[in-house]
Write a protein of this length. Structure first.
Length: 242
């Protein structure tokens, strides 16, 4: 389920621009709010709606996100409130007024002010394209967004200027080589989300997440991707990264 927050006031765009990972001036966009240490707190879509910006967020993250945004508001001319607006999504023909999901074409469209879904198997779509989900692959106070594919999925912009956690995120991009990240893997069998992926020598190589049709998303250490991976009773096979 999703919650829509409505952000109004003359400073709404500048306010969000200084906080979130993406360029709000190019909304609709996907973005995240991070800790000052660069760790994920919440991800959401930002959508223009007349004299407001809508924040489309997982309902389980909405209260904390609203509280944190309100802390940063200070003297800005910004008002943040919950909206009763609903959102529909699908991958078939888009209804009038729908917008493309900005993360990936495979995620289809979203329509604000409507409700419902068209029967798409969203886990299958996410697994096929290694697209993380709030509170599954994206874990508050733990996930680093570059390891979760935010740059590939158009969720971070390094040209827009500062945002909370930008220094750590930029350093990960420019000064280090990522040693782990979300990847697609083959899986024979099944295991609960969060099951450790073990290398043939028993060392922990990663964590298994969403699974669908013989494939899965896993957070993997790149230097431990090798034959013989297992997650519980399931056999895991690396799929070469594109």
């Amino acid at each position: 389920m999703r919650t829509i927050l409505r952000v109004t006031g003359t400073d709404r765009e500048a306010f969000l621009q200084g906080l979130v990972t993406n360029d709000v001036t190019r909304a609709p966009c996907w973005a995240a709010l991070l800790t000052p240490q660069g760790k994920y707190l919440a991800d959401f879509l930002i959508v223009p709606d007349g004299d407001a910006l809508l924040i489309d967020v997982d309902e389980r993250l909405a209260d904390d996100l609203m509280r944190r945004l309100s802390m940063y508001r200070l003297r800005s001319d910004v008002q943040i409130e919950r909206s009763q607006m609903t959102v529909a999504r699908g991958t078939g023909p888009a209804p009038a007024g729908a917008i493309p999901d900005p993360r990936h074409p495979a995620l289809g469209w979203r329509h604000y002010g409507a409700a419902g879904e068209d029967g798409t198997d969203w886990d299958a779509v996410r697994v096929a394209h290694v697209i993380p989900e709030s509170l599954v692959e994206l874990i508050p106070n733990e996930t680093f967004v570059l390891e979760a594919g935010f740059e590939r999925l158009h969720g971070v912009d390094f040209r827009k200027g500062c945002f909370v956690g930008q220094e750590v995120t930029a350093r990960m991009k420019h000064k280090t080589e990522l040693r782990k990240g979300l990847v697609g893997v083959g899986i024979e069998g099944a295991a609960p989300v969060g099951t450790p992926v073990l290398a043939a020598d028993g060392r922990e190589a990663g964590t298994l997440f969403t699974q669908s049709a013989g494939r899965a998303i896993a957070q993997m250490r790149f230097d431990r991707i090798a034959p013989g991976l297992r997650a519980g009773d399931a056999a895991v096979t690396a799929i070469p990264r594109a």
